[in-house]
Design a protein around this ligand. Sequence first.
Ligand code: FES
Length: 83
Amino acid sequence: MDPAREVNRVFVCSCFGVTEEQVKSHAEAGACTPRQIASACKAGTDCGGCVRRIQALLGRGACPRRRLADQGEPVLAELPEAA
Ligand code: FES
């Protein structure tokens, strides 16, 4: 089995079955905080055990628009959930 595919199936939030890849794709779409990730896919809204892991993923540069958020620019305009 391809090891890269295995990594893609790493679950971040077991309560909602959210994978690391899903968190990263929400981050790429503009979700820069655990709360925004929760709005996008519910991850972190049940037991909360995954919030630190989500924070760690976001902190590792998963969010290319973080700089916009830091500058006060709107970053969620392209998220369908935020529309
Ligand atoms: S593991 Fe994510 S809310 Fe429980």
